[in-house]
Design a protein around this ligand. Structure first.
Ligand code: E4P
Length: 214
């Protein structure tokens, strides 16, 4: 499973890259707003720091304006993937961008039917938001299972990005289902690695090692 970092923060991206296991980055308008920086220079910096795909979201609502934004963002760097919300306009934009060879990540996916339509329109990735479904007492991972089954039924190449990840269990469940990608906040990346028994085990080994004569 590929691991993307879900952040627009350069420090987090650089720290994340030091783990040696990060394959890409996803941003969204809320994450970008948190950085309080000019948008285009920020995206330039992220795409230069991150060798893998970097999702950048369009914010216009009319298809022609979304396409114009997408072309502008795609011109920033070869690794830009255009994030498009799932709705009628979004589907039209995904189809147009696929025709121009521009990769897309269809976002705000909350149902299997949305994921199937996005794939049919030519989406490179779809992003089901598992945490937001769990937040309202739904089952986010059941959605991922459904999408995986449907894509498997029809040999669909669109990749599933498990998004809105809240904790390590989401990450493990995504891997058990066989999702292509999990996009995770930086804080979750650190949680994936740490275990109290590893820490106490190390401490005991090092303490005992002091007693060994060279
Ligand atoms: C995915 O691409 C989104 O940026 C993100 O995962 C949304 O997460 P949230 O529900 O924690 O805002």
């Amino acid at each position: 499973m590929k691991i993307f970092l879900d952040t627009a923060n350069i420090t987090e991206i650089k720290k994340g890259l030091a783990f040696g296991v990060i394959d890409g980055v996803t941003t969204n308008p809320s994450l970008v707003a948190k950085e309080q920086r000019e948008f285009i220079p920020l995206i330039k910096e992220i795409t230069a720091a991150m060798p893998g795909p970097v999702s950048v979201e369009v914010t216009a609502s009319k298809p022609e304006e979304m396409i114009a934004q997408a072309e502008k963002y795609a011109a920033i760097a070869a690794n830009v993937v255009i994030k498009v919300p799932i709705n009628l306009e979004g589907l039209q934009v995904v189809k147009a961008l696929a025709g121009r060879g521009i990769k897309t990540n269809v976002t705000l996916i909350f149902s299997p039917s949305q994921a199937l339509l996005a794939a049919k329109a030519g989406a490179t990735y779809v992003s089901p938001f598992v945490g937001r479904i769990d937040d309202i007492s739904g089952d986010g991972m059941a959605l991922v299972e459904d999408i995986a089954l449907i894509y498997d039924n029809y040999n669909i190449a669109t990749e599933i990005i498990v998004a809105s990840v809240r904790h390590p269990l989401h990450f493990v469940q995504a891997a058990k289902i066989g999702a292509d990608v999990a996009t995770i906040p930086f804080v979750t990346l650190a949680q994936l690695l740490n275990h109290p028994l590893t820490a106490s085990g190390m401490e005991r080994f090092l303490k005992d090692w002091q007693k060994v004569k060279p």
